[in-house]
Design a protein around this ligand. Structure first.
Ligand code: MN
Length: 202
């Protein structure tokens, strides 16, 4: 039994299951949130139950299990909880396209234009080999596009995440089969929640 002190929980999606259609189907979103994300939460809680990590916050569990080979299964599950929560918040119905707010100026300054950023982000996400994530992060004061493999997450490498896209096959295969570039192009054009990105600039 999980105790009341357990802090690792499955956040509700910030929109309805069909809200991201036609870019992401409700079937994909239901599997992704209701099965994959939920399983990472359940596994994390099972693995910390009865250990000194039980009751600690998710970020603390991730930091303390990172880099420890004996804790790699816990790290993978806990980091995937964080990564998925961040991914679902990175999208909104009717999002995508030209950014607004501070991030619009920052992308223009540091990448040349929004279009050049979008091309670089899609290219990084297309070429991430196998399962993983592509992020826009703040590395110090500088914006960077970063790839991570499997469950790896920028928060253990001193980067502040601003935006992420999931390129594990479970994120797109039902809707796009092997056409990852098509998923990414539509994801960038139609789904990015720039308000969330701006809120992460802090
Ligand atoms: Mn996923």
């Amino acid at each position: 039994m999980l105790t009341k002190t357990t802090l690792i929980t499955l956040p509700d999606l910030p929109y309805q299951l069909d809200a991201l259609e036609p870019v992401i189907s409700s079937e994909t979103l239901e599997l992704h949130h209701g099965r994959h994300h939920k399983t990472y939460v359940e596994n994390s809680n099972r693995l910390i139950e009865g250990t000194d990590l039980e009751g600690q916050e998710l970020l603390s569990v991730i930091e303390k299990s990172a880099g420890d080979p004996a804790q790699s299964v816990l790290f993978n599950n806990a980091a995937q909880v964080f990564n998925h929560t961040f991914y679902f918040k990175s999208m909104k119905p009717g999002g995508g396209g030209e950014p607004t707010g501070e991030i619009a100026d920052r992308l223009a300054e540091e990448f040349g234009s929004y279009e050049e950023f979008a091309e670089a982000f899609i290219s990084a996400a297309t070429t991430q080999f196998g399962s993983g994530w592509v992020w826009l992060v703040l590395h110090g004061e500088k914006l960077e596009i970063l790839k991570t493999s499997n469950a790896d997450t920028p928060i253990i490498h001193g980067n502040r995440p601003l935006l992420t896209v999931d390129v594990w096959e479970h994120a797109y295969y039902l809707d796009y089969q092997n056409r990852r570039p098509e998923y990414l192009k539509l994801w960038v054009e139609k789904l990015i929640d720039w308000d969330f990105v701006n809120s992460n600039l802090g």
